[in-house]
Design a protein around this ligand. Structure first.
Ligand SMILES: Cc1ncc(COP(=O)(O)O)c(C=O)c1O
Length: 397
């Protein structure tokens, strides 16, 4: 019999997989399921980006490239860091990987020794603790409830730091809450990091471009250059460029550390797909005009969903999300009530019952470390949002 390694046996089975599979099966049977599960924009990748990849395939750009990425894409990432972060990075401080998820994987592997602690504010993107645990690290989860705006406070961060702390993961705008940290909030967290030089900062900025006024994106390492020698910035093209399937993310950090990530990647996946690299470079260097209507559309849907949810008894969207494309309403006031005889007892039951009874697909907050909430994505049409709200109101009236 094959015995699984410790690394994979600690991985949690996805809480959402069974529900997603059930929603899919119901759809396949012709049942009109209204889905709020999407983790990717519902827009197509812009044609000018696709054209570059097509041209490169035809030109024969179909061979291995340098492990960390070819010169075009590395140069474009450096230019992006200069434009968006006002930071000077050299190509040898960048590694381009198969999505931000892969960048994070390289980083965790390069950072963590068994027993090292990594501080993760909850609600969190569910991949963080899995990666930390698989590397033999200890995920130190810090609870940041809706009442605290889903944000970690400097006092909480300070209290969570021990001599074993290796890193702190910061994700703003956040998946799943849409919380966006202000400049002042980031600087206050940065001050705690300054007191603790042994703690690395991993700044996951995947949703950087998807921020709604009056909120603004700010980067802690960009505001505190003293932290740059232990900060790693992670970003990518999946969300803002609607390129999830292309699998292209990047990380920037101190040269030695990024060399180690490149070496690691060289022994696992090697370079990202050759003919996506120049297309990504062209995307990054674009003036981003195409993004403006997308952001306006997301913002309109966000308001629609937040207002609609807040008008349903027992559902509270407070604070409203200010970034990404998710709302994370607190539905715990409905726990203990029944829908067609089935009791809503927690977020898993809530999602299961809403799928079965109302044919609405939601993601239980427990998957992200907050059982009072559910996650709903507005990377879907206004029509779907309207119908979903109607069904939720009907079943929770
Ligand atoms: C917070 C966060 N970070 C990173 C990622 C990784 O995205 P990708 O691997 O597509 O770049 C995601 C994707 O859902 C995410 O939500």
């Amino acid at each position: 019999m094959l015995k699984l390694s410790r690394s994979v046996s600690v991985l949690q089975p996805s809480l959402t997989l069974a529900l997603t599979a059930k929603a899919k099966a119901m759809k396949a049977e012709g049942i009109d399921v209204v889905s709020f599960g999407a983790g990717e924009p519902d827009f197509d990748t812009p044609d000018f980006i696709k054209a570059v990849a097509i041209e490169d395939i035809q030109k024969g750009v179909t061979k291995y490239t340098a492990e960390r990425g070819g010169p075009d894409v590395l140069k474009a990432v450096c230019a992006t860091l200069k434009r968006d972060y006002k930071l000077e990075y050299k190509p040898d401080q960048i590694v381009v990987s198969n999505g931000g998820k892969h960048s994070l994987w390289n980083i965790m592997f390069a950072l963590i020794n068994p027993g090292d602690e990594v501080i993760i504010p909850a609600p969190y993107w569910l991949t963080y603790p899995e990666q930390v645990n698989a590397c033999g690290g200890v995920s130190v989860i810090v609870n940041c409830p809706p009442e605290a705006g889903f944000k970690i406070t400097p006092a909480q961060l300070r209290a969570a730091i021990t001599p074993k702390t290796k890193a702190f993961i910061l994700n703003s705008p956040s998946n799943p809450t849409g919380a966006v940290y202000s400049k002042e909030e980031l600087l206050a967290l940065g001050a705690v990091l300054k007191e603790n030089p042994h703690v690395a900062l991993v700044s996951d900025d995947l949703y950087q471009k998807l921020v709604y006024a009056p909120a603004e994106f700010h980067s802690l390492p960009a505001m505190m250059p003293e932290l740059l020698d232990r900060s790693i910035i992670v970003n990518g093209l999946s969300k803002a460029y609607s390129m999830t399937g292309w699998r292209l993310g990047w990380a920037a950090g101190p040269k030695d550390f990024m060399d180690a990530c490149s070496n690691l990647q060289g022994h696992s996946t090697s370079n990202v797909v050759s003919f996506t690299q120049r297309a990504a470079a062209v995307a990054l260097m674009d003036n981003e005009e195409f993004m403006k209507p997308w952001i306006a559309t997301f913002d309109k849907r966000r308001k629609m969903l937040v207002d609609g949810l807040n008008s349903i008894p027992g559902v509270k969207c407070d604070p409203p999300p200010m970034g990404a494309f998710y709302v994370f309403p607190d539905v715990s006031a409905t726990y203990g009530t029944k829908i067609n005889g089935k009791e809503l007892t927690n977020s898993l039951k809530f999602a299961e019952i809403f799928l079965e009874e109302a044919r609405v697909a939601l993601v239980p907050g427990k998957a992200f470390g907050e059982d009072r909430c559910i996650r709903m994505s507005y990377a879907t049409s206004e029509k779907v949002i309207e119908e979903g709200l109607k069904r939720m109101a009907q079943y929770l009236k």
